[in-house]
Design a protein around this ligand. Structure first.
Ligand code: UDP
Length: 444
């Protein structure tokens, strides 16, 4: 395919659902403003995902070397393969198909893409898919002056510039994901995002000014940050998720939601990666049954076997379990009254932008920091659990009731909805930053 030849901008997502969604929305927004956008995915994404509604972009696939991988691979081997195989193939692909492109926009967890741009005289723009606050904490972890990993056992409260005081449970959390996973390697993967920022031409954050005012001011005193979020709302998108690694089995949940009254459904989802322990699934299931509310619970197919036996049948009438849904559409539905979330950054932004109060059940990495902000800084929800171990059914049920019955929490959530819409609306802070980028690229 050589349609990329005319591309002015090449967009490179990190191959995971939570990373693809926000940068894809940004890419579509750039296309809607007149840029020619080439969107490049890896062979493994091209093989496993479904693509729809991407007509405004040209889609390209570059090999990440996955065709030569037998069996399972460690996280380190995976990151190394991306860095070696994908980067070499990407550079070759750009040379042969996209010579005239002016800029590369890449996910900040792949900082090595900057060299591909710079070696070719292209503008290098990195896109952070985490919050600015979490990213600032990661920056300090990388510096190792105010915060070090592993955290000291007796660390009680951490004071970092322009951030609220953070307890240990608010800090980035790295529970063992897989046997033999080297946590230092994982932390380095995150801190490396800051390794070459001084050479980057544009630094995009999927957030908005009024949400993270103070930390943005601090970050902007170091780097030229452009806020462009919530990207899923840019140019009034909020439509279908167009590159999906999971497929809703059926659209039955739409009908089910339609049949529910306003503000009567608890929506529950832990995103695309988090995997709850079987006991935690049981506690959550019991809590949902114990409340007087209907619920819509996303349980990915790989997690279904952790549900209590016969749970789906027991809940008939009261709750619906689906393997995937179009989350922004669900959150926009009048029937949804609260969102039990793992606080992935996309889910957090999507909840806030729809004015839906959150029950924050963080699992790992940035979610713990996001949960702190949801509850204590933005007042848009309550925190549920957060220490080590299983969160019990009573606590979960109590958090749901507090959020559903909390007028102030609902008012705060609705205020964030207004402010998010203002940021992406005409003349809003995020909209202005997108316009600025587009006009500079068009001017060459
Ligand atoms: N999502 C979805 N349907 C679902 C569950 C999640 O469309 O049933 C989307 C959600 O809208 C969000 C993304 O998947 O854009 C998850 O990203 P997030 O950062 O919240 O969490 P992650 O999956 O990266 O842990």
């Amino acid at each position: 395919m050589d349609t990329g030849r005319k591309a002015q901008v090449v967009v490179i997502p990190y191959p995971a659902q939570g990373h693809i969604n926000p940068i894809l929305a940004f890419a579509k927004s750039l296309a809607s403003k007149g840029l020619l956008v080439a969107f490049v995915t890896t062979t493994s994404i091209a093989k496993s995902a479904t693509f729809s509604d991407c007509a405004s972009l040209t889609l390209h696939t570059v090999s990440d070397g996955s065709e030569h991988v037998d069996g399972t691979e460690t996280v380190e081997a995976y990151f190394n393969r991306l860095r070696c195989k994908f980067s070499t193939n990407l550079a070759d692909y750009i040379d042969s198909h996209m010579r005239g492109a002016r800029a590369i926009i890449y996910d900040s967890v792949m900082p090595w893409v900057l060299d591909i741009a710079k070696d070719r005289g292209m503008v290098g723009a990195c896109f952070f898919t985490h919050s600015c606050s979490f990213s600032a904490v990661v920056h300090h972890l990388g510096q190792g002056l105010l915060l070090r990993f592993p955290y000291e056992d007796d660390v009680a409260v951490v004071s970092l510039p322009a951030l609220p005081r953070l307890e240990k449970r608010d800090l980035p959390s790295f529970p063992h994901l897989a046997p033999n996973l080297n946590l230092h390697y994982l932390v380095k993967h995150l801190t490396d995002q800051f390794s070459n920022l001084e050479r980057v031409d544009w630094i995009f954050f999927n957030t908005f000014d009024k949400l993270e005012t103070e930390i943005l001011e601090w970050m902007r005193s170091r780097w030229a940050i452009a806020t462009i979020g919530p990207t899923f709302l840019l140019h009034g998108q909020d439509k279908k998720q167009s590159i999906s690694m999971f497929e809703p089995k059926a659209d039955a949940y739409r009908e089910w939601l339609e049949s529910r009254g306003p503000n009567s459904v608890v929506y529950v989802s832990f995103g695309s990666i988090a995997s709850l322990e079987k006991e935690q699934m049981a506690e959550l299931g019991h809590a949902l049954l114990a409340t007087g509310h209907h619920f819509l619970w996303v349980v990915r197919s790989s997690e279904l076997n952790k549900l209590p036996p016969d749970f789906a049948n027991t809940t008939a009438g009261k709750g619906l379990i689906v393997e995937w849904c179009h989350q922004p559409e669900v959150l926009a539905h009048r029937a949804v009254e609260c969102f039990v979330t793992h606080c992935g950054w996309n889910s957090t932004l999507e909840g806030l932008s729809h004015g839906v109060p959150l029950v924050a059940m963080a699992q790992w990495v940035d979610q713990t920091t996001n949960a702190k902000f949801v509850a204590d800084e933005w007042g848009a929800g309550v925190r549920c659990g957060g220490g080590d171990g299983i969160v019990g059914r009573e606590e979960i049920a109590m958090c749901i009731e507090r959020v559903v019955g909390g007028d102030e929490i609902r008012r705060n959530a609705l205020r964030w909805k207004e402010l998010a819409a203002e940021a992406v609306g005409k003349g809003g802070s995020s909209d202005n930053n997108v316009e600025d980028f587009v006009s500079k690229i068009l001017l060459g």
